[in-house]
Design a protein around this ligand. Structure first.
Ligand code: M6R
Length: 579
């Protein structure tokens, strides 16, 4: 995780300008941040940039690097915040990733007289470079030696006091150079500078670059120069706060009808050729294997459900276990689903699948992301930037792509009806959820059940309740309840149940838990069940969206009742770029 931004220009800039860019990467981590300049100034703080930026004095510089952290090694303290400084105070580093062999490297450096000030793995990089340079190596040579010796993942920016260069190197973690009018920016992703340029150069693994205000040069790990293409990236407008909404989460929940309409139009028009290619790959493959994490995994379960319903063999697995439990081979189409396109577990699974000869397709929100660039074919979900850590509109659009894929392969459904259904659901369910939220604010556990298409969405709703409302929630197959979990049902236990169409089996499960004192909140598209929430009659695929929206609203309004930090929940980051 973590976001890094560097900037080097002819005309000096205020360091607060780079903090503005860094703020746009806070979705990658937000427990502490820091900045260093080539004049040797270092400022660090724990907490959000907005809250602490005023503690940092204005300072003009032409070379600076900065970092927003999601702690992996070492607690959230000022000492563990980046940038880290070398022993002699001349080198400064920011790092995203994990140096897996940091312990032996640290030991060797300590034996050579280096004193460490933090508990981070990252600090070894700056001591290592300083050590090599003081032994007579050039900075390039020191970086190459580090890349050769380091195990793990890194995107790192290095500066040296009074040196008009930024040195940037990477393996697995993303890094991109932005070409500005007056110099260069280098950052974890294009959001950091998409307000100022559309010209970008993407780093590949085991490349490094030496960047001055006039020019840049890329090299491979052996030091051979590499020619790089300059990509003209499509404008990636950063989301802005809307005064009508108190949080990005509720804004993004309300963006779902518009985002869905935009995507459906695109899938039927400009992205139609890519959809056709995806379908051709799926038809010619022996089977389709989805791979994803978190919310995107829940969307992939819907994909499996829809494809299996039309006789297409499809499976899915959480990305971190993909290599252990899935047999990807030349006859397999692997479809990676990822909002960010940067989730490390998914990147690793895709690389694994590629190494086994599988074709790879992806469904992503962020264009030019690592997963998109690793794919044979990629569909963009066009949800717009999602700021809240919780996925809402991106989940909906992922499902729409999967429903469109299934439709092109034979599923009879009516995608055009879905945006209206989302609108109806929002305006009908929101007041009811607001009314119920106060009585749920002190609830400790919620069990969420569903069958068929309602099973994955039960898991998604449980995830939302956990990450946003801090309520222990379990999303599970209705049929599984009686195999153990029902032991936990007692007077007043909340069971949220999703019942699609004529699902009498889930109705029976409701009877079973009510008989044991549970308080059931039922959500269905079938009036026969007299649910607490009667949703619009669904078309194939749509219940996965409308029903989940009710769950999104519950998680938002319960969290609001509790006064929780909704957009930036504790311990989380939007883009999980570590294993
Ligand atoms: O960017 P991705 O879709 O690959 O992210 C995967 C998960 O980290 C993500 O879906 C996470 O579970 C959600 N933000 C939860 O709302």
């Amino acid at each position: 995780m973590c976001g890094i931004v560097g900037r080097i220009t002819h005309v000096p800039f205020d360091i607060h300008d780079i903090l503005e860019s860094l703020k746009r990467l806070e979705y990658r981590g937000y427990d502490s941040f820091g900045i260093a300049t080539a004049e040797g100034d270092v400022f660090k703080a724990t907490g959000y940039i907005d809250v602490h930026a005023n503690e940092i004095p204005s300072r003009l510089t032409s070379v600076a690097i900065s970092h927003t952290r999601w702690a992996t090694h070492g607690k959230v303290t000022r000492e563990n915040a980046h940038p880290h400084v070398s022993q002699d105070g001349t080198f400064f580093i920011v790092h995203n990733g994990i140096i897996e062999n940091h312990a032996p490297l640290r030991k060797a450096l300590q034996a050579a007289g280096h004193t460490f000030l933090s508990q981070t793995d990252s600090e070894v990089i700056v001591h290592y470079i300083e050590g090599r340079v003081s032994d007579g190596a050039s900075i390039d040579e020191a970086i190459r030696a580090f890349m050769n010796e380091a195990r793990g993942t890194f995107a790192a920016l290095l500066i040296r006091r009074d040196d008009p260069h930024i040195y940037a190197f990477k393996r697995d973690s993303p890094l991109v150079l932005g070409i500005l009018d007056d110099g260069y920016a280098v950052a974890s992703d294009i959001y950091a500078f998409s307000d100022t340029t559309t010209k970008a150069v993407f780093f590949e693994d085991d490349e490094y670059a030496v960047i001055s205000a006039d020019s840049y040069a890329f090299f491979d790990a052996r030091g051979a120069p590499i020619g790089k293409e300059i990509a003209t990236v499509r404008w990636t407008e950063a989301a802005t706060r809307d005064e009508a909404y108190d949080h990005f989460m509720i804004k993004e929940i309300h963006e779902q009808p518009a985002a869905a309409r935009r995507l459906i139009l695109s899938l039927e028009n400009e992205q139609a050729p890519f959809m056709d290619q995806l379908v051709t790959l799926a038809r010619t493959a022996n089977r389709v294997l989805f791979v994803a994490a978190g919310t995107s995994y829940h969307a992939s379960l819907i994909g499996v459900y829809l494809l299996n319903s039309i006789g297409v063999e499809a499976h899915t697995l959480i990305a971190s276990e993909f290599h252990n439990y899935m047999l990807a081979d030349e006859g397999t189409l692997v479809v990676a689903i990822s909002q960010s396109g940067e989730t490390m577990d998914v990147v690793k699974a895709v690389k694994h699948a590629r190494s086994r000869g599988s074709k790879v397709a992806s469904i992503v929100n962020v264009p030019y992301s690592t997963i998109q660039r690793l794919s044979d074919i990629s569909i963009e979900i066009l949800a717009g930037q999602e700021i809240c850590v919780a996925s809402t509109k991106t989940y909906t659009n992922q499902i729409l792509v999967l429903a469109r894929m299934a439709q092109l392969m034979g599923l009879e459904t009516d995608l055009d009806a879905i945006p209206d259904q989302i609108e109806q659901t929002l305006s009908y369910a929101e007041p009811a959820v607001i009314a119920m939220a106060p009585e749920l604010r002190d609830v400790r556990d919620i069990y969420v059940i569903g069958r068929g298409i309602a099973y994955p969405l039960s898991r998604e709703v449980a995830l939302k309740l956990k990450e946003i409302s801090y309520i222990h929630a379990e999303g599970m197959m209705g049929g599984e309840l009686k195999h153990g979990t029902i032991a936990l049902i007692e007077d007043g236990t909340i069971v949220m149940s999703f019942i699609q169409n004529a699902d009498h089996d889930t109705m029976s499960n409701i009877e079973e838990v009510e008989a044991r004192g549970a308080r059931v909140i039922s959500i269905s598209d079938n009036s026969e069940f007299s649910p607490d929430f009667l949703l619009p009659a669904s078309v194939p695929g749509s219940f996965a969206i409308t029903a989940t929206i009710v769950g999104q609203l519950f998680s938002y309004y319960i969290a609001r009742e509790k006064g929780l930090p909704i957009d930036k929940p504790r311990n989380l980051a939007k883009s999980v770029t570590v294993k």
